[in-house]
Design a protein around this ligand. Structure first.
Ligand SMILES: [Zn+2]
Length: 388
């Protein structure tokens, strides 16, 4: 059995202990007492050192705590010195206590008890069954949580027998001695995690994304120094966007929607101009094309660089003039577009596909318009020679 020192003192960052067992693999070390928090209750494990070995994982094994180590493994009976990676632990304590606070306020003020919590490396989340996505609710919740932080209320840890424990926010199924974490006047919950000792140490709570999930609503949040870092990153991103768009951060959404409308209008204009250009180009090509044996005009256009979409636009205009086959070829990318006017009895897709097969290319399309690619531009002339 491992005596869990973090139960009594969550601020204990260094301790001495005796090694009681080392696993057969030699990587799991067991101690008579430990300040290392094992992954449990949604809170991630601590990291740190045991003498010269690094502790990379800590696992809860019911009445024991297993320390996964890398480096020199101590022997059974050794007295070792443990140190906890304190910035990591403090971060977890801030997120965890912030979660107690948010869960209590959501329950008491909005009738939304917490279903589950998760603490990730980037963000922490809590789920409620109800729809908690209203901006007014989130603003009020964040405001009240930060007021409680500023009130610097005491966070107490106590133990009581389950039969005498009194009212808890969420009934516990555990029996025997129960660990109770209380935020003065706000919350009383059964919890085995690590918490700060006054709400002021949470530092700040920032609510982030809110998403509807199958079970209800998932609220992301971030507390303490992590909140400061997140806010700084977001400010820098907003400042960059501000400079690019020449707008104040708070006016960015208006500036972006103005730019989007402008872009839409320009795209529409561009499509019209291209359409007109293609019509003029097709008409000039038609006039200059020689009548082929089949009685139609065979139009061939070579582009240094054109997309299949661009060539198709021109091809459609040319074929619409009637009695035309159109072959558009681009060097880079090495692509070909083939079109045939209606009424010629030609299937553009089938003709192009078989022409491409003999040159190792691939493609196809409808009876009127088809497109394909070849492995290298020298194959374009081979394909051209095969198309009527
Ligand atoms: Zn807790």
């Amino acid at each position: 059995m491992t005596q869990r020192l973090y139960y009594e003192d969550a601020r204990l960052a260094e301790f001495h202990a005796v090694v009681t067992e080392v696993s057969a693999s030699g990587r799991e070390v067991y101690l008579d007492r430990s300040a290392f928090y094992p992954t449990s209750g949604g809170q991630p494990h601590d990291t740190g050192t045991l003498d010269a070995a690094r502790v990379v994982d800590v696992v809860d094994e019911d009445d024991r705590v297993s320390h996964h180590v890398v480096g020199p493994v101590p022997a059974v009976g050794d007295r070792v010195h443990g140190t906890i990676d304190w910035p990591r632990r403090l971060d977890h304590m801030q997120q965890h206590t912030g979660q107690h606070l948010l869960s209590a306020l959501l329950d008491d003020h909005h009738g939304m008890p917490t279903l589950s919590v998760h603490f990730g490396d980037e963000r922490a989340t809590l789920d409620v069954r109800e729809d908690a996505s209203a901006p007014q609710l989130l603003r009020g919740l964040e405001q009240r949580a930060n007021e409680v932080i500023a009130e610097n209320r005491e966070v107490r840890v106590s133990f009581a027998d389950s039969s005498l424990v009194g009212t808890l926010r969420k009934p516990t199924a555990r029996s025997g001695s129960i660990r109770i974490v209380e935020i003065d006047g706000i919350d009383r919950s059964a919890c085995g995690g690590t918490h700060v000792s006054r709400t002021g140490e949470i530092g700040a709570v920032l609510l982030r994304d809110v998403e509807r999930v199958r079970e209800g609503t998932r609220i992301s949040f971030t507390c303490g120094l992590r909140a400061v870092r997140a806010s700084r990153q977001e400010f820098e991103a907003l400042s960059t966007a501000s400079r690019v768009l020449s707008a104040q951060p708070l006016e960015l959404s208006q500036a972006v929607s103005t730019q989007l409308s402008r872009l839409e209008a320009l795209e529409k204009q561009l499509r019209r101009v291209r359409d007109e250009r293609d019509a003029l180009h097709a008409s000039a090509l038609h006039a200059g094309a020689v009548q082929a044996e089949g009685g139609w005009r065979r139009i061939v256009v070579r582009f240094p660089s054109a997309t299949a979409e661009e060539m198709t636009g021109l091809g459609q205009k040319a074929c619409a003039m009637g009695a035309v086959t159109f072959i558009g070829m681009s060097e880079e990318p090495a692509a070909v577009v083939y079109g045939a006017s209606e009424g010629l009895g030609l299937h553009a897709g089938q003709l192009l596909r078989s022409a491409l097969q003999s040159s190792g290319g691939r493609g196809g399309g409808s009876p009127r318009m088809a497109q394909g690619v070849v492995a290298d531009p020298s194959q374009l002339e081979v394909v051209l020679a095969l198309l009527p």
